[in-house]
Design a protein around this ligand. Sequence first.
Ligand code: UD1
Length: 354
Amino acid sequence: MRQPRTILLTGGAGFIGSHTCVELLRHGYELIVVDDFSNSTPHVFARVERIAGRRIGAVHDLDIRDRRALSAVFARHPVDAVVHFAARKAVGESTRLPVEYYDTNVGGTTGLLWAMQEHGVHRLVFSSSCSIYGDAGRAPLDEATPARPTNPYAASKWACEQILADVCRRRPEFTVLSLRYFNPVGAHPSGLLGEDPRGTPDNLMPYVAQVAIGRRDRLRVFGADYDTPDGTAIRDYLHVMDTAEAHRVALEHLADGPGMQVFNLGVGAGRSVLDVIAAFEAACGSPIPYQVVARRPGDVTELVADPTAVARAWGWRATRDLADMCQDAWRFQQHNPHGYAGRAQPRAYQGATP
Ligand code: UD1
């Protein structure tokens, strides 16, 4: 089966999506992006194209649940494979808006499958999450660890994986690679691309970066009474460029054969919240004020990947460490103290769309 060349990225303007665009453009892929810009900005594409030195083929402003619009995209472009990033991803919000989360994340995925089937496209890389493991109570976690999602966001990702696995079982023309991300952080080393959440950041690294630049007074450390060496929770932080490279490698392996495979994407090393603060202080050269507060509801003690399966299957492993992640996040924050300049309305992006 021939290697895919024209890739549709849903959610291609987002944090992981935009970095993956750079990686794929640099490796010669033709890109079609769909995004509704609900948590991203079309400004990102000019930066992606500047770094990569190539143009994105087309950008379509649409909601992944809009089947008619999605089908029209497949009708217009010769898509070989899809990387499906588009989803809602805030764990806390998902507990308040479960219907919205299932609708976008699960409904969006079945809508995408519908359009793919309709247009004879059968190869998909899916964005999954380590959160499906829930509170496994041990580390590191391999892919055989039973899923025990504890919130609607995680449950929506697990539901998608089950649907995709069943579709692959019943329709052998489909190939799906599901990548269970641990904690992607950092930024492109150019300082042009990074994580630019709307409003108050939910996640640790962008929050720390905003404290470092003076946009916020202090970090709140959610719990120092965990059963860990320094009492703060442990995660497996993974550089977003390592994450992006893993998607490029996944595309190269879509031609290996049909069926669904699932891989953890992580470094395989656990770092505490205080480790991240210390690494960021070293990167920015000044102290990060913080205050220990109560645990955040739904947080688990420790989530660390066993990444050996993906290394064995594809030879992919993370090459960047926590210092790189903090230095790159800090460079992006310094160059973009208020994130991507002037959020444009989605339709303002006219760049690459023919
Ligand atoms: C969560 C999800 C993950 C999802 C990601 C995207 C879980 C277990 N993980 O990651 O699947 O893809 O969100 O949004 O549900 N922290 C602080 N202060 C802060 C922010 C965070 O102390 O202001 C701590 C948290 O308590 C946690 C660690 O930093 O221990 C990392 O938090 P965060 O960056 O939000 O990621 P996760 O919750 O691990």
